[in-house]
Ligand binder design. Structure first.
Ligand code: FAD
Length: 693
């Protein structure tokens, strides 16, 4: 009987264990196909000290990450601790742990903080709870406060070090790590060396590597690991990859974002929103998309001035290039599961699984960013020829060579590998888990919302210019921005009538299971991010808006909001908008909307344009500001106007600030120091706000 039942079960195995057999061609190891009763995962402790004890970890690497880079750096540090120094380490998302336990961390352990600074010296979203906790007016209540002898030094047992990710273009460079460092020291903690500060405007990766050079010897001393014992340990894999022969089609993730079982939409699970699009430019090679994004029924809400995140898809051109190099081109539809080897790893899966190789490269991994030097070093170990190995090793070890051939030429991993050996499958020996470990998760791109939530609560608009550029060192190449060219491809797919315009790279526009492009229309996955860029509560307060190019996006929202309020009988103050672009007949954004909006606002409200290529001498918004300096100063000084600057952080925002400092000197009779302080004070009172990138 047992034998017969067993034989029957064997013969019927595919039907028993897979509801619909996947059309996906599958090879490789057979995963256990037995369906198991789902068991609720044990609730994760928020006490990281407890978790560290249970898992025998000596180091915890906390990260505050917005775009995934800080998280990657944290993983690299943790991996190096474990692999090279034999010190068991874990990474920790700051949001997932209660930081009042910092005072419980014993002296034989170490906390490492890898913190990105976002926007105006703000912490990343996931670091906000920690930021608020540590920046309270009074000393924060750590968990052992009741038994502490010295309340002013609650962290006297804590040993830590940190690295910040910032951008020198912004005024509050690396504010997050600087503040955290200052606070931890003030609460008695001991820093075991200098905190590093990376500059994304320079070379973040080089700053990170230089900081590590100084950090590891200090680490060895404190953790009592001998530096001399360190060798080039053999690489240990972080992930285990398993190809699956039988998998239910419905269980597969084919590019869906977030957990299928999660019902609400947020940053972890973006909402596939219907979009309508049009090109705002009239030129054939530059495009600026206006997107109307319908969030009806999503549960998402926004306020005027907020940001929306759009989740892109990688271009097929780049997917093909990379999979060709690593020998996966014939296996793209094989089902695969990738899982952390360490059962206690904070992140069990690097992306939703089971999935396919194609979905991994198309939807889940960032294949467009230049690979860091250590990645090229790791790949070199699997090179099949001496020449390839030597080239990869040179790029990994020679900073200048790497800078000129990878960073300045803006080459992604596929392009680097292809330029070394373009034979298909030349890098097929590189373990797939190393590729996964080397690439970050594909991140959403943020856009300043250009609609008013009062006027259109269910439609969010975006004003996005398509990005393409030619790196100086390789003038024959064009590099295309991932998200904006994806949006352009979606726009073209929805408007087959568009002709005679230059197309960008190829994209798969249908999305997972054809959900992004079908008879319903075009969809893109989105979520909303709150911002502090907000109009004064009282609409009668005058505002000065400065935003050239797509920097006009939130100003369109502001002007529309104020016109809406005016139409609804509100007393609305003067609105001055300084806009700049190349030509009035080429890239003048929302040219047709302004007359009616400013008519509604009436009085002295108006748009003041700087068309840089219509005059012999180029004119920019800051020049127009200066021409109207006395009026602007009057609005600021007498009418207590608010200033809003949006767009290019590198030059424009600085030049505009300089113009305001000059006004305070010229019209306000202040000295240079007083004028600078005046603008600083405006900022701290929220009367000078920036939304720059
Ligand atoms: P990516 O593939 O992400 O490429 C961008 C990267 O390319 C840059 O980070 C830079 O490293 C590199 N790069 C760009 N130009 C060059 C060059 N000339 N030489 C070398 N490298 C270069 N954009 C808008 O159009 N409208 C908005 O309203 C808007 N609002 C934003 C609001 C916020 C808060 C932020 C952070 C950004 C905003 N952006 C906006 C920018 C937007 O998020 C994207 O960065 C932009 O659309 C490009 O995305 P992409 O995926 O096409 O390019």
């Amino acid at each position: 009987g047992t034998i017969s039942l067993g034989t029957l079960a064997w013969l019927a195995r595919n039907h028993l264990f897979t509801s619909t057999k996947s059309p996906i061609r599958s090879t490789g190891q057979v995963e256990s196909t037995k369906k198991q009763t789902p068991v609720a995962a044990p609730k994760k402790s928020r006490n990281f000290v407890e978790v560290m004890q249970q898992q025998s970890r000596r180091v915890i690497v906390f990260y505050g990450s917005q775009t995934g880079t800080a998280e990657d750096y944290a993983s690299r540090i943790a991996k190096e601790c474990t692999q090279k120094y034999n010190v068991n380490a874990m990474t920790a998302d700051l949001e997932e742990y209660d930081m009042e336990h910092l005072d419980e961390l014993p002296t034989d352990k170490l906390a490492i903080f890898v913190l990105a600074t976002y926007g105006e010296g703000e912490p990343t979203d996931n670091a906000v709870p920690f930021w608020d906790f540590i920046n309270q007016e009074e000393t924060p209540q750590f968990s052992q406060a009741d038994s502490a002898e010295d309340l002013s030094q609650p962290l006297k047992n804590l040993r830590y070090i940190g690295f910040g990710l910032g951008n020198k273009t912004y005024e509050h460079f690396n504010e997050a790590i600087r503040v955290v460092d200052k606070k931890l020291t003030a609460f008695g903690a001991t820093r075991i060396g200098e905190c590093g500060e990376g500059d994304d405007d320079g070379s973040l990766e080089e700053d990170f590597m230089a900081w590590q050079e100084a950090m590891w010897p200090a680490f060895c001393e404190v953790m009592e690991v001998s530096e001399t014992a360190i060798g080039e340990a053999e690489r240990t894999a972080t992930y285990h990859t398993q190809e699956i022969e039988f998998v239910s089609e419905t269980d597969l993730y084919l590019g869906e974002l977030g957990d299928k079982t999660q019902s609400n939409y947020d940053a972890k699970k973006p909402f596939p929103a219907l979009i309508q699009s049009r090109d705002l430019f009239t030129s054939s090679d530059r495009h600026c998309l206006h997107l109307d994004i319908d969030i009806t029924g999503s549960g998402l809400r926004y306020l005027t001035g907020d940001h929306i995140a759009i989740w892109p898809t990688n271009s097929e051109t780049e997917v093909s290039r990379l999979v060709k190099a690593i020998g996966l081109i014939d296996k793209l539809d094989v089902a695969v599961k990738v899982e952390a080897i360490d059962p206690a790893a904070p992140k069990k899966y690097p992306f939703p699984v089971p999935t396919t190789y194609r979905s991994i490269f198309r939807h889940y991994l960032d294949i467009a960013t230049p690979p860091p030097r250590p990645v090229l070093g790791a790949i070199a170990q699997y090179a099949t020829s001496e020449a390839t190995k030597s080239k990869l090793e040179s790029l990994a070890s020679d900073k200048d060579l790497y800078k000129s051939e990878v960073v300045e030429s803006c080459k992604n991993l596929g392009e680097v590998l292809e330029s070394i050996d373009s034979t298909p499958g030349a890098f097929a020996d590189v373990p797939f888990d190393l590729i996964v470990e080397s690439l970050s998760r594909l991140q959403p791109r943020y856009y300043s919302i250009s609609s008013s939530s009062l006027e259109s609560p269910n439609t969010i608009t975006v004003t996005a210019v398509t990005l393409k550029y030619t790196p100086e060192s390789t003038p024959d190449r064009t590099v295309y921005g991932v998200a904006t060219n994806y949006l352009w491809a979606m726009h073209q797919a929805a408007h087959p009538e568009i002709q005679n315009v230059e197309s960008g790279p190829e994209y798969y526009t249908k999305g997972p299971r054809d959900t992004y492009l079908n008879q319903d229309g075009v969809k893109v996955p989105v979520h909303v991010r709150k911002s502090n860029f907000k109009l004064p509560r009282n609409p009668s307060v005058p505002v000065i808006l400065v935003g050239p190019g797509t920097g006009v996006a939130p100003h369109r929202a502001f002007v529309r909001e104020r016109a809406f309020q005016k139409r609804n009988g509100k007393d609305v103050g003067k609105t001055l908008l300084f806009f700049g672009c190349r030509r009035s007949d080429e890239d003048y954004l929302y040219k047709d909307e302004w007359p009616e909006l400013f008519d509604t606002l009436g009085g002295e409200s108006r748009i003041i344009n700087a068309f840089s290529r219509e005059t012999d001498k180029k004119v920019y918004v800051q020049d127009r500001l200066r021409e109207n300096g006395s009026e602007v100063w009057d609005m600021l000084d007498k009418q207590h106007a608010y200033i809003y600057v949006c767009g290019d952080a590198k030059r424009m925002a600085k030049d505009v600030q300089t113009a305001f400092i000059e006004f305070a000197q010229q019209f306000g009779g202040k000295s240079t120091e007083e004028a600078e302080q005046y603008v600083k004070d405006l900022r701290s009172k929220g009367r000078y706000q920036e939304d720059v990138w």
